[in-house]
Design a protein around this ligand. Structure first.
Ligand SMILES: *[C@@H]1O[C@H](CO)[C@@H](O)[C@H](O)[C@H]1NC(C)=O
Ligand SMILES: *[C@@H]1O[C@H](CO)[C@@H](O)[C@H](O)[C@H]1NC(C)=O
Ligand SMILES: *[C@@H]1O[C@H](CO)[C@@H](O)[C@H](O)[C@H]1NC(C)=O
Ligand SMILES: *[C@@H]1O[C@H](CO)[C@@H](O)[C@H](O)[C@H]1NC(C)=O
Ligand SMILES: *[C@@H]1O[C@H](CO)[C@@H](O)[C@H](O)[C@H]1NC(C)=O
Ligand SMILES: *[C@@H]1O[C@H](CO)[C@@H](O)[C@H](O)[C@H]1NC(C)=O
Ligand SMILES: *[C@@H]1O[C@H](CO)[C@@H](O)[C@H](O)[C@H]1NC(C)=O
Ligand SMILES: *[C@@H]1O[C@H](CO)[C@@H](O)[C@H](O)[C@H]1NC(C)=O
Length: 541
């Protein structure tokens, strides 16, 4: 059944209208040195209600908003961004990912972002100030639940402990409850109204950013101008299931596909292809290696490489095929090289992760923000391990993915025992008629957010379109193709949706091909040529 506008959105309009009827963002220079970019950025602040549901409180919150100006001015308006997690701050990524997004929006739109509640500069979620406890949470909480016979129960109890530690500090003055997705959606509408444009919603969300986007669209269907949701999470499960099962349904098949497509890779692009082994032999040997580090973890630099860390590394590698040639070389050494060579390769991986801030305290903050936001948004809890339901959740995750099930089980354990709920959650069914059509995007093979979740969301939003790119990776942003480019630009500039049932072709996953190649193929228009360094090849999120 479609209901539009829902009761919830009538209330929401009321609250937003009350809260910031006339506030406008004053744009000015950003703080010196905050963003290292040659692109034109501006910063501004918007004061929004701290608690949108309170009729009495006048407490407020300053959102620090950054704007990357469109190369073509005057712009056609601004698009707000979110890059997922939840827990990932947005501001820095607006500037870092902005250049490619400018290209994909035809250079016509300003790009805007603020750190969502519970992250970065906005109500940062603090679980604990104690570094020793932080270290314990990271090293004990994020284990493979299949590491030993006693680990499932241990992870479960650790999650309860961590949740309670987070409660006293992180929700001591109730900020944890104010960081839910529904409030972030209201913040986004507040910003849309304060840009001095038409007050309508232009939004581009990736990964968890699609759940935020789906919530926005469902809460404010009559405000939708243009919305792209790329790399789709199942929003129903995000809120109402004990785990994000569907998210991992294609992880194992894509791990297999990594080996299968290696054997048809262009010459020299996949080191494993030179070994005269079948794809299933290669995959079997990879599993032998994973089980070997489960039994005997390998010290590398500052980190112990065990099944959980190594599987986490693989999961990261499956998100972006641009890294597959290097990943295949790493595996060739780990599976078939000497012990000394293997250790050196692992040390290099750890060093790079450290240099990128992926190990240590940054990772901790993102992890605890994820708990605060995702677990606070969850509507279901489990009373006890003995209820056997917890065991059932873990088993179903293992069943969904051998690669990922045991390393994502700890997040479910946290959410199942999370001590508070977000002050407001969207409770509807994501079935709405929108003012203008939404564009949902997915690769055919996404190890993190499968195509079926994109189809699920498309089915709920009346008139929405689906951009399917026959490529591999997390979100179409991570899988450059001419067809995907034309569809994306066509939507932002003309509102055009891909033809129903159409599928975009993309290059071989091991091909040497980036957005720079796409541009070379499609355009000579100077308006679309953005800085060269913008086109550095790398994967995002
Ligand atoms: C700023 O970016 C440039 C180009 O990427 C780099 O060479 C430089 O080291 C950076 N400066 C700082 C302060 O990070
Ligand atoms: C907020 O409300 C309190 C009491 O409810 C009042 O004392 C205070 O002046 C108000 N602050 C503002 C900025 O309106
Ligand atoms: C209360 O919230 C503020 C953010 O508004 C934060 O800076 C402060 O540390 C919090 N206090 C506690 C005890 O958590
Ligand atoms: C490749 O493997 C097959 C079957 O294992 C074997 O018959 C063949 O001789 C091998 N070729 C080379 C070049 O090693
Ligand atoms: C695991 O998958 C099998 C086959 O798909 C199914 O029969 C079984 O019920 C599943 N178990 C759980 C716990 O989901
Ligand atoms: C979407 O996913 C939810 C949760 O798995 C499911 O209940 C619902 O039936 C799905 N909808 C469609 C149209 O597939
Ligand atoms: C997607 O690409 C694969 C090869 O990479 C091809 O086998 C398959 O037919 C394509 N599917 C569609 C729907 O075009
Ligand atoms: C937008 O529509 C115009 C007119 O139909 C067309 O010429 C143009 O190529 C379209 N632009 C894109 C990017 O699809």
């Amino acid at each position: 059944m479609r209901s539009s506008p829902s009761l919830i959105s009538i209330f929401s309009l009321f609250f937003v209208a009350q809260a910031c009827s006339s506030a406008k963002i004053e744009w000015g220079p950003c703080k010196d040195g905050e963003f290292n970019t040659t692109l034109t950025v501006q910063c501004g602040t918007l004061n929004v209600p701290l608690d949108y549901t309170s009729q009495v409180s006048n407490e407020s919150l300053d959102l620090e908003v950054v704007k990357l100006l469109a190369p073509v001015q005057p712009s056609q308006g601004s698009i707000q961004l979110n890059f997922g997690g939840p827990g990932v701050p947005t501001r820095e990524l607006v500037v870092a990912v902005g250049p490619i997004l400018q290209i994909l929006s035809g250079g016509a739109y300003d790009l805007i972002g603020f750190d969502p509640r519970g992250t970065g500069k906005t109500l940062p979620f603090i679980c604990t100030d104690n570094d020793f406890i932080k270290g314990q949470m990271l090293s004990e909480g994020l284990r493979s639940t299949l590491e030993s016979d006693t680990m499932e129960r241990r992870v479960w109890e650790r999650a309860r402990l961590d949740a309670n530690i987070c409660r006293s500090r992180g929700n001591g003055n109730k900020t944890g409850e104010l960081a839910g997705t529904a409030f972030v959606a209201r913040d986004i509408m507040s910003v849309a109204e304060a840009t001095g444009e038409d007050g309508l919603l232009r939004y581009w969300g990736f990964s968890y950013g699609t759940t935020l986007g789906a919530t926005l669209v469902a809460m404010f269907p009559d405000k939708v101008d243009k919305v792209i949701l790329d790399g789709v999470q199942n929003a129903h499960e995000y809120y109402h299931a004990h785990a994000d099962y569907e998210e991992w349904t294609d992880s194992d098949p894509i791990f297999s596909y990594f080996f299968e497509s290696c054997l048809t890779a262009p010459p020299g692009r996949c080191a494993l292809a030179a070994l005269n082994k079948t794809a299933s032999e290669l995959e079997r040997d990879a599993w032998t290696f994973i089980e070997s580090v489960r039994a005997a973890p390998i010290p590398a630099g500052t980190t112990l490489i065990d099944a959980a860390t190594f599987k986490g590394y693989i999961l990261g590698q499956l998100k972006y095929t641009g890294g597959w040639p290097a990943f295949s070389s790493v595996l060739a050494t780990l599976l078939y090289g000497s012990r000394g060579e293997a250790v050196r390769v692992l040390e290099a991986i750890v060093e790079e992760a450290e240099a990128n801030g992926e190990l240590g305290i940054d990772g901790f903050d993102i992890q605890t923000s994820l708990w605060a936001i995702h677990c606070g948004d969850r509507t279901v809890r489990l009373d006890s391990w003995e209820a056997q339901e917890a065991d059932g959740v873990f088993k179903r995750l293992y069943n969904t993915s051998r690669l990922v099930g045991d390393i994502v089980a700890p997040i479910s354990a946290s959410c199942a025992q999370w001590p508070w709920r977000a002050k407001e959650t969207y409770k509807g069914d994501f079935q709405v008629a929108t003012r203008k059509p939404v564009l949902v995007a997915s690769n055919t093979r996404d190890s993190h957010t499968p195509l079926r979740s994109a189809k699920n969301l498309t089915a709920g939003f009346e008139g929405s379109g689906l951009l399917e790119v026959n490529a591999t990776g997390h979100a179409t942003l991570n899988a450059p193709s001419v067809c995907g480019y034309l569809a994306t630009v066509g939507y932002w500039l003309n509102g055009t949706l891909p033809e129903k049932g159409s599928v975009c072709e993309a290059p071989h996953p091991y091909a040497e091909y980036g957005w720079d190649n796409v541009l070379e193929e499609v355009t000579g228009s100077p308006a679309l040529v953005v800085e060269k360094r913008a086109l550095n090849r790398r994967g995002w999120f």
